[in-house]
Design a protein around this ligand. Structure first.
Ligand code: FAD
Length: 389
């Protein structure tokens, strides 16, 4: 076993670390000010400017195939880069990316949706969740019926990330009620101009997802992504892809937070000694360091399986579950180390505290990850020996 990074991996990771430190972190105070005034942290044009700056050094489309101008760096590299980006709470992503399922587009759809999304000219959103169907995504009720060469969609979607900004949505609707999720769900590429409406949902974090309403929204047949009735498989592919990237981002956040905790513990004195001297504080730092290290290897192992073309679902669920739970414990400890200061808005800890909470909910809650992990073991699809099979 060789746990070391290659020279190239180290070089690419270090470049991103510097980029985050020089270009992104200096924006944090202004982003906090704006968010606290109820505005978006960064405007679309500002994100674009940062993306183009990164592009000058070749950072464009980390997972995008080279034929679309991307870097196609693979899952391990993507996880390493995500961890670096996670060191700032600013939700920056490199440009040149598109949702994995958009690559299932046909020739015409590639020109209209995939390429403009990669170029940053169009924004997409992924819409499966409904007021009555979250964890149980198979229970979706949005319905599309065929009318001539069009499909007419009716229904409601909720908690859709980017739903208020998106130019088009990949929306999932039942097209065959008898079959439901077993061959009766279809994915449609629906432009905002086709008539769906969105309104923002206020949350405890800065994500601001949206509710989408489809009231007789007419979508031409040529806008079906993939095949009629095969939408649920696409949805599972979309959800499955992020399960190692979300906890990867949490690694960076936790590293930065624990660094803040260490700095504070060294300088904050109580009863005549820095709190760093107290065992209670040392244990919080030690436990956090061990957990970050464990998370790193869970994430990298899941990413390695993705790169090997192996079935990585068990490893990804483990990384997602552990990342969500531990990131929340770690941010809570770091807040505790800072005492009252941790609770103020002078420091960004409370900002992370609110944001990291989401990790235990979206793209499969903790409970759903546990259900998956246990079921895989109970049914014999996975071994308790894990990586060593
Ligand atoms: C900020 C944000 C952004 C999101 N972005 C998107 C997006 O872009 N696109 C999209 O389609 N969706 C999105 N979602 C939706 C998200 O995926 C769902 O919220 C999530 O899957 C949970 O579904 P739910 O909220 O309906 O909770 P429920 O499914 O109603 O669950 C409620 C509680 O019951 C538990 N539970 C449910 N079933 C079981 C079970 N079988 N056993 C044990 N416990 C169970 C859950 O873990 C949870 O604790 C987003 C959500 C949020 C909050």
């Amino acid at each position: 076993m060789d746990f070391s990074l290659t020279g190239e991996q180290r070089e690419v990771r270090d470049w991103v670390r510097t980029f985050v430190r020089k270009e992104i972190m200096p924006l944090e105070p202004e982003v906090l000010r704006r968010e606290r005034a109820g505005r978006p942290g960064l405007e679309r044009a500002e994100i674009r400017e940062l993306q183009l700056k990164a592009k000058e050094s070749g950072f464009w489309g980390v997972l995008t195939p080279e034929e679309y101008g991307g870097m196609n760096l693979g899952a391990i590299m993507a996880a390493l880069l995500e961890a670096e980006l996670g060191r700032s709470f600013i939700q920056f992503r490199f440009g040149g990316a598109a949702d994995n399922i958009l690559f299932y587009a046909n020739e015409e759809q590639r020109e209209t949706y995939l390429k403009p999304t990669i170029a940053g000219e169009k924004i997409s959103c992924f819409a499966i969740t409904e007021p009555g169907a979250g964890s149980d995504a198979r229970a979706i009720r949005a319905f599309a019926h065929q009318d001539g060469d069009d499909w007419v969609i009716n229904g409601e979607k909720t908690f859709i990330t980017g739903g208020n900004e998106a130019d088009f949505t990949m929306v999932f609707a039942v097209t065959d009620k008898e079959k439901g999720a077993n061959g009766g769900v279809t994915c449609f590429l629906a432009d905002r101009e086709m008539g769906w409406k969105s309104h923002p949902i206020d949350t405890m974090g800065e994500w601001g997802p949206a509710a989408l309403t489809f009231d007789n929204v007419r979508v031409p047949s040529r806008n079906i992504l993939g095949e009629v009735g095969r939408g649920f498989e696409l949805a599972m592919r979309w959800i499955g892809q992020g399960r190692y990237l979300l906890p990867a981002r949490a690694i960076g956040a936790c590293e930065r937070l624990v660094d803040m905790g260490i700095d504070y513990a060294r300088t904050r004195t109580t009863f005549g000694q820095p709190i760093a001297e107290r065992q209670a504080i040392q244990w919080m730092i030690a436990d956090s360091a061990v957990e970050i290290e464990a998370l790193r290897w869970l994430v990298l192992h899941a990413a390695w399986q993705v790169d090997q073309g192996m079935d990585s679902r068990q490893a990804q669920s483990m990384a997602k579950l552990y990342g969500g739970v531990k990131a929340n414990e770690i941010v809570d400890r770091v807040l505790q180390i800072h005492g009252g200061m941790g609770y103020t808005r002078e420091l960004p800890i409370e900002r992370w505290y609110r944001e990291l909470r989401l990790l235990r909910i979206y793209e499969g809650t903790d409970e759903i990850q546990r259900r998956t992990i246990a079921r895989n073991l109970l049914k014999g699809h996975a071994s308790i020996s894990g990586v060593l099979g």
